[in-house]
Design a protein around this ligand. Structure first.
Ligand code: CIZ
Ligand code: SF4
Length: 354
């Protein structure tokens, strides 16, 4: 739906008034009405780095979800203030691993005698607390673009990996990219005693996958792939690695949002694509490439937007910008120093990956 012209004008005015003091980051999954005001767009990691490259911007307005704003706060200077236009914009996947649950899991691994052999690898889509846990225990962060390199590194440091919080990215990377078998992976369920695993099962596993998933990508199914192949003959199926293993196994191409965008940019005219990722991004890409005669459809019409991403709408952005322009710092996301220092350690290990 077209943006309300009055709100567009107000956003523009407030942004102009703030000038170089504000830098607006727009995640790929954000609404068009918000993306039009973004100074840069990208995935969570690229955006955090873009913010860090703008030390003159006192306010970083992060149009995305909570863990992304935390990561931006971790990577920017203490003088830069990161603002999330709606504090209710969380991430269901990140929320599936709390600090207490992960500490308990580490106790279970210790009890089974394998904690010393285990290296935590945490997906960018996790809270600052989980990133700090990862840093403290010798582990690294990964994104969907460098998950294989992170696992290669981790298996040089230890014999086992505890992969947090997205079981699908962990499993897909282990099986598709590292040649492991499904039997090398076990799933740790934080809602069950001992994760629902015996000490034997833990000792026999190479990959201990946290039982988390994305509520959007996890909804694509093997039927989605089969149905679209029938509906659109000759279609190329391109999905994000947060999708379930059977979806990824049935797809033609698998990769991060940045990979998806680059693949479509390079695709020949006349080609047809079914995309398994967030709907705001898929729609935007379908519009962008319509002129070039690339047919782009959403992998499964029953799957919806990321509801928490969509909480950041134009009214919230206007409110945040007008507040800042009036000198009121609202909705600041600030990670405490200790958490920040351990989380940074884990992020720096990722940056140092070969
Ligand atoms: O699924 C998401 O939320 C992704 C891919 C986030 C990001 O940009 O890392
Ligand atoms: Fe979290 Fe999934 Fe939404 Fe990304 S798309 S913010 S992983 S729930």
């Amino acid at each position: 739906s077209p943006s309300d012209p009055d709100l567009v004008e107000r956003a523009r005015t407030a942004k102009e008034k703030l000038g170089n003091k504000v830098f607006i980051l727009g995640h790929h999954y954000q609404r068009d009405e918000v993306i039009q005001f973004a100074d840069v767009t990208g995935d969570s990691f690229k955006l955090a780095r873009d913010a860090a490259a703008r030390p003159e911007a006192e306010y970083i307005v992060f149009c995305g979800v909570h863990f992304m704003a935390e990561s931006a706060d971790i990577l920017t200077t203490d003088d830069q203030k990161v603002v999330l236009p709606d504090l209710a914009a969380g991430c269901s996947m990140a929320d599936m691993a709390t600090a207490e649950q992960v500490a308990e899991c580490w106790d279970v691994l210790t009890e089974a005698g394998i904690a010393d052999l285990t290296v935590p690898v945490s997906y960018m889509n996790s809270s600052a607390d989980i990133k700090a846990f990862t840093g403290k225990h010798g582990g690294t962060i990964c994104t969907s673009s460098n998950a294989k390199r992170a696992l290669d590194w981790a298996f040089e440091q230890g014999e086992k990996v505890l992969f947090l919080p997205d079981q699908h990215l962990g499993r897909n990377t282990a099986v598709r990219d590292m040649g492991m078998s499904l039997d090398d992976c076990v799933v740790y369920n934080p809602h069950k005693p001992n994760g629902g695993l015996t000490a034997e099962e833990l000792r026999g596993a190479k990959m201990i996958l946290w039982r988390g998933h994305c509520s959007v990508h996890g909804r694509f199914s093997l039927d989605s792939v089969n149905d679209v192949r029938e509906r659109v003959p000759g279609v190329n199926v391109l999905v994000h690695p947060e999708c379930r293993h059977e979806v990824v196994a049935a797809a033609d191409y698998v990769g991060s949002t940045e990979y998806i965008i680059k693949t479509l940019e390079a695709a020949p005219a006349g080609s047809k694509w079914a995309i398994g990722t967030e709907l705001n991004l898929v729609r935007r890409l379908a519009n962008r490439f319509a002129d070039e005669d690339k047919e782009i459809v959403f992998l499964d019409k029953t799957v919806c937007f990321c509801s928490t991403m969509n909480r950041i709408d134009l009214p919230h952005l206007v409110w945040a910008l007008e507040s800042l322009a009036e000198g009121n710092l609202v909705n600041r996301i600030q990670v405490d120093r200790e958490t920040e220092s351990f989380a940074k350690l884990a992020l720096e290990r990722m940056l140092a990956l070969p």
